[in-house]
Design a binder for this molecule. Sequence first.
Ligand code: FAD
Length: 416
Amino acid sequence: MSESAAQPGIVIVGAGQAGLQAAESLRAGGYQGSITLLGDEHHGPYHRPPLSKAWLAGEVEASQLVMRAPELLARKGIDLRTDTRVAAIDRGGRLVQLADGTALPYAGLVIATGATPRLLSLPGADAANVLALRSREDGAAISDAFVHCRAHNRPVVVIGGGFIGLEVAATARKLGLSVTVLEAAPRLLARALTPRLSDWFADLHRGHGVQLVLGARIGHIETEGGYATAVLAADGTRYPAGLVVVGIGVTANDRLARVAGLECDRGIVVDDCARTADPLIAAAGDCTARRLPDGGMLRLESVNNATEQAKSAAAALLGQARAFTGTPWFWSDQFGWKLQMAGLAAGADRVVLRGDMQGASFSLYHFQGDTLRSVDSLNAARDHLTARKLLDAGLSPTPAQAADRAFDLGGLVAKT
Ligand SMILES: Cc1cc2nc3c(=O)[nH]c(=O)nc-3n(C[C@H](O)[C@H](O)[C@H](O)COP(=O)(O)OP(=O)(O)OC[C@H]3O[C@@H](n4cnc5c(N)ncnc54)[C@H](O)[C@@H]3O)c2cc1C
């Protein structure tokens, strides 16, 4: 596909991690036509991961969140339009309709609209200091609320013991705030981690003074003058709060695609190459659900997934099939510990420990039979990088080799 600048070019909906990557990959792939990157936020593309970590702790400047300077995008011929919301996709007319009533034609379209935090539907959940975290503005509001809580000696209650909730909890503790985490499941991070590591994270948080309640059932949020003052559990326990942070997962922003008649299943359904059923439309990042060759669906919410799918989406619009079949990876930072995950543990039936869970670093290797499926590393960057190479190459150490710190796992990759 190559269009002159005067003809419709490629339009990208969503100026986040995936949208920016798609734009840059199109140019890097030789696309000569116009590239228009439409984002409904006031800012150009920025890094979200620091929002719950260094930025919330006040350790980085807003300018450090910016992914690309506007001049660099202009030099690449990427037309970034912020404060621009796409209201609808007209596939028949090959147009995107903007919220301001105008329309933009496209020759190819990438949907990279991300996801929206799920909200609590409980009495009191609409109070002004009940906040979720997705955008810079959300982060700023939580930072301000931290200051307020500190000044008035009010505790923070986090609802949801997933990655974002726990990172917010860790940051709040670092700032000296009193924190309670209420998690409905019997363990933390249950969707992502095996029970052994969930328990380790629970100990980590408790060790740093977080009050952790597992199996929590929330009744309602008590309010006064439109502000939450406490979270009431169904068993009657009252958790006083100057701020309630809700981290109970996200919903894929797939509405535009659904209304336009594209298949959605808790996300815009794409194949390994980020293609939808419409050859002119690809999708990438948190808004997607990937159909696997065996028919199963995979939804990932990570920088790695957004970046790799966006590269595939760009390739798809350039007429190439670039399958994203590499090992998925993810990280999280809490209390000075960096968790790095490589691969997916689903189906694993054996866990092998390398290192010491009471020590300064360790990794857990998840096997299905003799096949390595995933590796979770704590402050063990080298194990993580080696694990990605092993998994990418389809290589499995034996469980005994994985457990033996003296055995050079990297040597297995070098031998191939
Ligand atoms: C607080 C936080 C911490 C995180 N930490 C980590 C981490 O440690 N490691 C990791 O791997 N991942 C982390 N993530 C996840 C990671 O940031 C996301 O997976 C990634 O940003 C997804 O990229 P995306 O482009 O799909 O979505 P986004 O980056 O969300 O971009 C989508 C953009 O599309 C815009 N948009 C939506 N609808 C429209 C419309 N109709 N018109 C125009 N624009 C629209 C949105 O406003 C948004 O700007 C974190 C996320 C958050 C929120």
